[in-house]
Ligand binder design. Structure first.
Ligand code: HEM
Length: 71
């Protein structure tokens, strides 16, 4: 068995939470797609026919410093 199951399951939640809270996501290599290609490929776990490429755009200042931008 995998000894990292418990850590892995906790990290998935923390990681997805941070990805959703800290970034806006634009679709497409140029970030300009208005719809996502949902075509299905062949396989047992329903893979996408075409890879989905997303561009993260930071929406939270990661390190807010006191007096930032005031002097
Ligand atoms: C979502 C995250 C993870 C997934 C999906 C995953 C999946 C797996 C799978 C399928 C195996 C093979 C199990 C078997 O042979 O029956 C495995 C083994 C293993 N995993 Fe993970 N794992 C994850 C996270 C982690 C983490 C975070 C660690 C360490 C910190 C870790 C360490 C290990 C080790 C050392 C083995 C080998 C165990 C052995 O056969 O002696 N894994 N993992």
């Amino acid at each position: 068995m995998c000894p990292g199951t418990s850590l892995g399951l906790q990290m998935i939640h923390a990681t997805f939470g941070a990805m959703i809270q800290c970034f806006d996501w634009k679709a497409g290599t140029d970030g300009n797609l208005t719809s996502v290609d949902m075509d299905e490929g062949l396989g047992l776990n329903l893979p996408r026919a075409n890879s989905l490429v997303c561009i993260p755009v930071a929406r939270i200042d990661p390190i807010p410093l006191p007096n930032q931008g005031k002097d």
